[in-house]
Design a protein around this ligand. Structure first.
Ligand code: ADP
Length: 320
């Protein structure tokens, strides 16, 4: 195992949001000091639900540029489809998994609910995710609660494969990192601010211009409390609590703020200030696509080198 290796994949399912920045990109950037980080854009995973080719290409390019703009340039950055071992090992793992196990995956059941037809790839998604992980031999896999079941399956598949064909895979430990900032939607604080609903009015996109950010925050849901202590974190006040958390995460302070209007102005100032350097760097990088391409080409090359022995060992063991 490679204990110092960190791996994280982001699915290009929409435009990156403030939630992704505070909950994922920032911790990913911090992780660079502690280990050898592999950060990938999971374009193959984006094909598991209805997609539009030209939009996918645009979203991948935007995400690739944003990861660099967010300071992840000390990591190995790559695009999943450029490292064919992911799809190749996924097939071997599909040949190790049982339909009964995949039938039990909660995410498949949820995403398929109410949909007339689901893609086969949505069903086999956990095998690809297992390949994503096992190829890099990380000792620990930090995942959100929603991915725990998939990592458990990864462990089961790896154990079964090792048992049947020989000790090829390192069995990763699942760790659930201490809950970081969890940003909720401004229009509905019961739902997280994710890129899957990046078109929603209550979702702040990393590339939203300042006036758009301010408008979205001005429209944020609060409540009708007008008491002297209305501005406070309280489970009964989810909209206000969310604004306060965003404010703190963006380096602002609510000291002395007593009205929702003032709170929203402070939040808007803090978010705009947080996004400004990122957007500036994004514009510079977007003007130099050859540089961005070069970074991802070199990253994929390193991934191919790192993953080749694992794929080769798996193929040999299974009899190919
Ligand atoms: P989504 O597609 O909803 O943005 P993903 O499940 O693909 O979310 O998550 C990508 C990364 O961003 C994960 O690390 C996840 O924890 C993080 N993330 C997504 N939404 C939020 C949020 N609202 N607050 C904090 N972190 C988030």
């Amino acid at each position: 195992p490679s204990p110092h290796r960190k791996l994280s994949l982001l699915t290009p399912s929409g435009h990156l949001t403030l939630g992704n920045l505070l909950g994922a990109l920032r911790p990913m950037a911090a992780g660079q000091q502690e280990g050898d980080c592999f950060y990938g854009i999971a374009d193959l995973h984006a094909l598991t639900t209805p997609h539009e080719p030209a939009r996918l290409r645009d979203v991948v390019r935007e995400m690739a540029t944003l990861l660099l703009a967010a300071g992840l340039d000390e990591s190995t950055l790559f695009i999943q489809s450029r490292v064919p071992a992911h799809a190749q090992l996924a097939y071997l793992l599909e040949c190790t998994a049982y339909t009964g196990e995949l039938n039990r995956m909660i995410q498949f059941k949820e995403k398929g609910r109410g949909v007339d037809s689901t893609r086969v790839s949505l069903y086999t998604y956990p095998a690809l995710m297992a390949a994503d992980i096992l190829l890099y031999r990380p000792q620990q896999v930090p995942v959100g609660a929603d991915q725990c079941q998939h990592v458990e399956l990864t462990r089961d598949l790896a154990t079964r494969f090792n048992h049947a064909y020989g000790p090829v895979f390192t069995i990763p430990e699942v760790t659930v990192p201490a809950a970081g900032a969890r940003v909720m939607r401004l229009d509905d604080p019961s739902r997280k601010m994710g890129k899957s609903d990046s078109a929603a009015g209550g979702v702040i996109l990393l590339l939203d211009p300042p006036d758009v950010v301010r408008r979205k925050i001005a429209r944020a849901v609060t409540d009708s409390d007008v008491g002297a202590d209305a501005v406070r974190a309280d489970p009964a006040k989810p909209g206000v609590t969310n604004l306060l958390e965003i404010l703190t995460a963006c380096g602002g302070s609510a000291d002395g703020i007593t009205t929702y209007g003032a709170l929203k102005r402070s939040v808007a100032d803090a978010v705009v200030a947080e996004l400004e350097p990122l957007q500036k760097r994004y514009a510079e990088l977007a003007a130099d696509p050859a540089y961005v391409d070069g970074v991802y080409r070199a990253g994929a090359e390193r991934c191919r080198e790192v993953t080749a022995p694992v794929l080769a060992a798996a193929e040999a063991a299974i009899g190919l």
